[in-house]
Design a protein around this ligand. Structure first.
Ligand code: GLC
Ligand code: CA
Length: 558
């Protein structure tokens, strides 16, 4: 039996705790969410038109990927002006209207701040190129090595591939841990610090509820800029590195926290890929950031033992600093959840480049991937803390692996000379309605192209096709999001239950969550009532493979 579902939409804190300790946040990749003006690119008009959809879905907040003016060398993560809105997305006034309309619907707004680097077209870098006095000090310029100075200052590699240094015609080198069009800022410079604190205030004053901090583990570098040495492939998230996760970064966030504390109820969420949850917890000390993505969760294979280990470690480390855990199954940088689960599962945490390399080696079974992704959603939403949903995850979209090479835009694709196909496949515009592209994403004609083309077989996955369908992905998310605040507050701990091999089972606040990652159906405990199952029909005390269920004792029913 499924309980009645009613959406809770209010900015009032339902449970007397800070909203961000339990929130479900929906990630809007604005370029691909909804196109209002018919140029094939998502925008604010489109986003505003979909606010009722987000309210019906039942999310507490949205996080919007960078919406600032940008030459789009890295889909907006190359910011030219942090105090305005990209003209192809809309105007600052429209952004303000969006914030107000979201708040009216009970949806909070989190922006994406990109402090590690600017666009090469930012006024600061343009001043540095002109070699205005002091302008280069805001970035990381160094002389080259070798007799002619024509070798990079050190051996650091760009996260997108190739050297992390580029040379100006005049001979100087500058650091870019990402694309050459994304020069790294010098966070030892007081003006850089002051500028970003001011940018935070600019948007807080406009009512923004928080910021996702892009590469929060960047910013501070080992001042000696030493060589990093030989790195094993795929070790970028596990080994210490002089460019990443340096202790000096924490002072920056103490300053930011002080800025946020001058406002009510504002929140930071860190994107910090660090070598372990003990390192992650350092970002979450009480005078630093509020939350940080738990990426081990999205790196975990579909195996109960791996997932349990990740959950235990994440909860234990977050507890040491009194922070909520922040569960994330996918985002705009990693292959979509459905696809990750649609191939044979390794026995280790995965790196995204490793995962993309497997596309050529094994056919995906999307039906299986979808079944597992539904089960994973109920797991994610039963855990204590906050949860992020990446747009399209609620529709069960798969990664588009077969984008033609000529449409690819991710700098990863270019900087690895095609060796890594990059992240475009999870950034394809969302299908809203109709039976052919652009599936209601855009008012353009079917023959015209959205900024990345959509697959021809997405008709069954549109929001319209799924709305009101009992067995659809969308309905599952709506039900789970409506039930979540009724079933749990925040403090109920996870208590593991004995479970057969391949099965995760825990109880939280009287409600049990069972997840079967194994190869055989299992028997569920007797006397419990099904609150919600990841597939319809889990009623007869049996949990099939690749499904999950929430169970309550009958007297727990309200
Ligand atoms: C983060 C973003 C990613 C971007 C990179 C550089 O990892 O999520 O999309 O390319 O930072 O800003
Ligand atoms: Ca548009």
């Amino acid at each position: 039996m499924t309980r009645s579902v009613h959406a809770v939409t209010t900015l009032e804190d339902r449970r007397g705790e800070a909203w961000w300790t339990t929130a479900v946040v929906y990630q809007v990749y604005i370029r691909s969410f909804a196109d209002g003006n018919g140029d094939g690119i998502g925008d604010l008009t489109g986003l505003r038109s979909k606010l009722p959809y987000l309210a019906d879905l039942g999310v507490d907040a949205v996080w919007i990927n960078p919406w600032y003016p940008s030459p789009m060398a890295d889909a907006g993560y190359d910011v030219a002006d942090f105090r305005d809105i990209e003209p192809s997305y809309g105007t600052l006034a429209e952004g303000e209207a969006f914030i107000a309309e979201a708040h009216e619907l009970g949806i909070r707004v989190i922006l994406d701040i990109v402090p590690n680097h600017t666009s090469s077209e930012h006024r600061w870098f343009e001043a540095a190129l002109r070699d205005e006095p002091g302008a280069r000090d805001r970035y990381i310029f160094r002389p080259g090595r070798g007799p002619a100075g024509d070798e990079p200052p050190n051996d650091w590699q760009s996260a997108f591939g190739g050297p992390a240094w580029s040379r100006l015609d005049t001979g100087e080198w500058y650091l870019h841990l990402f694309a050459p069009a994304q020069p790294d800022l010098n966070w030892e410079h007081p003006e850089v610090r002051a500028e970003f604190e001011d940018i935070l205030r600019f948007w807080f004053d406009k009512g923004v509820d928080g910021f996702r901090i892009d590469v929060a583990h960047g910013l501070a570098k080992d001042p000696a800029l030493p060589d990093a040495g030989e790195r094993l492939p795929g070790s970028q998230h596990t080994d210490p590195h002089p460019a990443w996760d340096q202790d000096a970064v924490h002072e920056v966030y103490r300053g930011w926290r002080a800025v946020a504390n001058a406002y009510a109820d504002r929140v930071f969420v860190a994107e910090a890929w660090v070598p372990g949850n003990d390192r992650l917890a350092r970002y979450l000390r009480p005078d630093e950031l509020h939350t940080a993505f738990q990426f081990d969760f999205l790196r975990a294979p579909w195996r109960s033992a791996s997932i349990r280990a990740v959950i235990d470690d994440a909860l234990e480390q977050a507890a040491t600093v009194g922070a909520p855990a922040t569960w994330v199954l996918s985002n705009h940088d990693v292959p979509r959840t459905v696809t990750r689960y649609s191939r044979s599962q390794p026995d280790h945490l995965v790196e995204t480049d490793w995962e993309r390399a497997r596309w050529a080696l094994e056919e995906p079974n999307h039906e299986l991937g979808r079944r597992r992704a539904r089960a994973a959603a109920l797991l994610q939403l039963a855990l204590p803390g906050t949860a992020y949903i990446y747009q399209g995850e609620e529709l069960g979209l798969e990664e588009v692996e077969d984008l033609p090479d000529e449409v690819r835009q991710d700098p990863t694709w270019f900087q690895t000379a095609g060796a890594d196909r990059g992240r475009d496949g999870c950034r394809v515009p969302i299908p809203w309605s109709n039976s052919e592209a652009p599936y209601g994403f855009s008012p353009i004609a079917a023959a015209e192209n959205t900024w990345l083309p959509q697959p021809g077989h997405w008709a069954p996955h549109t929001a319209q096709a799924q709305a009101g369908e009992a067995a659809s992905f969308l309905t599952l998310y709506q039900q789970a999001l409506a039930l979540r605040p009724q079933l749990w507050t925040t403090d109920e701990p996870v208590e593991w239950l004995d479970a057969p091999h391949g099965v995760l089972a825990f109880v939280r606040g009287g409600v049990q969550c069972w997840v079967n990652t194994g190869t055989t159906d299992i028997e569920l405990p007797a006397g419990m009532q099904v609150v919600l199952g990841s597939v319809p029909g889990i009623t007869d005390g049996v949990l099939p493979t690749d499904t999950s269920v929430w169970l309550a004792e009958p007297e727990h029913d309200r």
